[in-house]
Design a protein around this ligand. Structure first.
Ligand code: ZN
Ligand code: ZN
Length: 304
């Protein structure tokens, strides 16, 4: 992360060069056709307005999608069936795949939106300089003057539109933790294939131990310090809670676990230990090479 080796050293990084070869092209045909997008949008809007009565009849749907040519409309509706739209006794409804596609379209793909940089009411835990937030090319970055990252991650434009950057950071933090939870279990959060996980030690003064997960299916590469993977562990949530800190609502830069430097307890098998302290109490966590928590202990700081 802080090794200064280039732009791909964020806590979480998507879209490095991909070895993936064969993609199905059907989803791209669906989203590049205006009438089909209009049908998906009309069904999504109707569903939101009528959650108990989701079906739309043929001409009703054509009116809502604002397509004049019946033949053209019928042709494109046929292309969406059966994967994205299905016909029920009550009319046409979105399938889960259709809702998922509507979500992707709504989340947006515009890479032109930029916001910030804006100063944050927070300082870097490593170098004590001011933190700033910036949104550019679908990436939300919280960084200090020395490029320490808290974190840097991809976020769709709709997550930022109409919100403050502080609110966007909160959304991103939630999402990052959710994605890392899947990665830790060996699952790609983008395409749900298997990821290859590897423990690496970076040339950095703190939090140098990272878990890198690479998806050979879609090319997504995720790289985060060991401590960030542990933020949702019950032992961690309870420790901070007992010291008056809600981990779920606290920005990552205000926590010490994300930048905690692990100690190597054993090389084979790899066992790492991380410690954080609050109000005279220390939490010590022991993890394996995939950040699985093997042991956690709470002791008074002056006990050693
Ligand atoms: Zn810094
Ligand atoms: Zn993938």
């Amino acid at each position: 992360m802080r090794d200064g080796s280039g732009s791909e050293s964020g806590w979480q990084t998507a879209g490095e060069e991909s070895p993936a070869a064969e993609f199905a092209t059907e989803p791209f045909e669906l989203v590049t056709e205006e009438t089909r997008a209009a049908i998906l949008g009309a069904l999504a809007a109707h569903q939101a307005e009528n959650p108990r009565d989701r079906g739309l009849g043929f001409s009703e749907l054509r009116d809502r999608a604002a397509v004049d040519d019946s033949g053209n409309f019928n042709y494109h509706l046929g292309k969406l069936r059966p994967a994205h739209v299905r016909q029920t006794e009550d009319g046409y409804v979105l399938t889960f795949a259709g809702m998922s596609l509507a979500g992707i379209l709504r989340a947006g793909v515009d890479a032109e939106i930029t916001r910030g940089p804006v100063s944050l009411d927070g300082r870097c835990g490593l170098c004590d300089t001011e933190l700033t937030v910036e949104y550019e090319r679908r990436v939300l970055s919280v960084t200090c003057e020395n490029d320490h990252r808290y974190p840097r991650d991809e976020l769709p434009p709709n997550a930022v539109t109409g919100r403050t950057l502080r609110e966007a950071i909160s959304i991103q933090t939630c999402r990052t933790k959710h994605l890392l939870d899947l990665v830790r279990r060996g699952v790609c959060p983008a395409c749900f294939g298997d990821v290859e996980r590897e423990h690496q030690v970076l040339d950095a003064p703190q939090a140098s131990h990272v878990l890198v997960a690479t998806c050979t299916g879609c090319g997504r590469v995720t790289r985060s310090p060991v401590g960030v993977y542990l933020l949702d562990e019950p032992a961690v949530v309870a420790f901070y809670h007992d010291h008056g800190i809600d981990v779920t609502e606290t920005p990552l830069w205000a926590l010490d676990l994300p930048i905690a430097e692990p100690t190597v307890r054993s090389e084979d098998p790899l066992r790492l230990s991380l410690s954080v302290e609050r109000d005279g109490e220390r939490l010590t966590l022991v993890v394996d090479e995939y950040t699985n928590l093997l042991d956690s202990r709470r002791t008074p700081v002056d006990a050693d």
